[in-house]
Design a protein around this ligand. Sequence first.
Ligand code: NAG
Ligand code: NAG
Length: 368
Amino acid sequence: MRSSVVSMLALGAAIVSAFPTASRASSQVKRSTSCTFSSAAKASESQKSCTTIMLDNIEVPAGETLDLSDLEDGTKVIFNGETTFGYKEWKGPLIRIAGSNIIVSGTSNHTINGGGARWWDGKGTNGGKTKPKFFYAHSLDDSTITGLNVKNTPVQAFSVQSDNVVLNRITVDNSAGDHNGGHNTDAFDVGESSGVTIRDAVVKNQDDCLAINSGSNIIFTGGTCSGGHGLSIGSVGNRDDNTVKNVTISDSTVTNSANGIRIKTIAGATGSVSGVTFSDITLSGITDYGIVFEQDYENGSPTGDPTTGVPITDLTVEKITGSVETDATKVYILCGAGSCSDWTWSGVSITGGDSSSKCENVPSGASC
Ligand SMILES: *[C@@H]1O[C@H](CO)[C@@H](O)[C@H](O)[C@H]1NC(C)=O
Ligand SMILES: *[C@@H]1O[C@H](CO)[C@@H](O)[C@H](O)[C@H]1NC(C)=O
């Protein structure tokens, strides 16, 4: 592997240096086959003139984005070595990649290191230092992000707003933030997207492993989630798009997390959650709720008073197994009157913890 990386680097460097002015002079930009960059600014400036962009040990300056949001169709982007970022209080993102038919990957020896400890103050996006978002996959359509090794994001990791995008084998390791102020380090926030597949992710963080705020035709499968808040839909409501439709979350484990699986909708808001399936999810070390579906969120917290404006319909919950901690609750369902319906519930077997006595309007089929 090492020799192929080295030869690719050598090839890229040779091509870039052989044709620098020729490609700029022609009216139609001639694209080199392979370019290697060790500067974020150069990669961004030259992004349209390369079919393959190798990002080699890039140190992104403080307050700047590694910005590849104007790529030609079909470009390949490859991370090599360690990608790092200067420190500044700002909103980010640290990385932005957009285009169509793009493949983003990393060599076997790459790490994208957010250096999050410099921002971590236990407050996440709720205060303290202004922290940069990590990776915007916005308008990255018909594309694939595969095999990235990410660690120590300042706050949320991947923001996905794209159609027909696959995120394969991505590792987000923020475990260094567990006792060091990591907060709101969601791994994958999905919204306003149609056709998203997140497969075989490995996540260690302090907030949602997955949070889907809106979108349709979304699959999350083969995930390994630990340390955070579990697999979530929501909060749904009070955004530009408040429809979640046709989502399958399956074949995953959630360990040492606040919740296993969750849907939360905003009280008083409108929208809908339909056609969601949670299946074959194994839980362990869950401290709050194994399964929690509630329609009462307001300002990021549950109120205990559910409303009916964001109905949860056509929900399938099957083969949710494992255990929760002694002082956790196995299942909590808090629906408004008539706003949860058409639920299918099978193979839910959770040990440990208590049953809730506070469930309301549990639809037939489900059990609390
Ligand atoms: C892997 O990447 C690191 C960080 O850039 C570098 O120090 C190391 O030499 C690389 N190892 C190999 C085998 O290329
Ligand atoms: C639901 O989403 C899956 C995954 O994208 C897709 O294959 C399927 O066709 C969708 N079903 C409907 C009814 O749209």
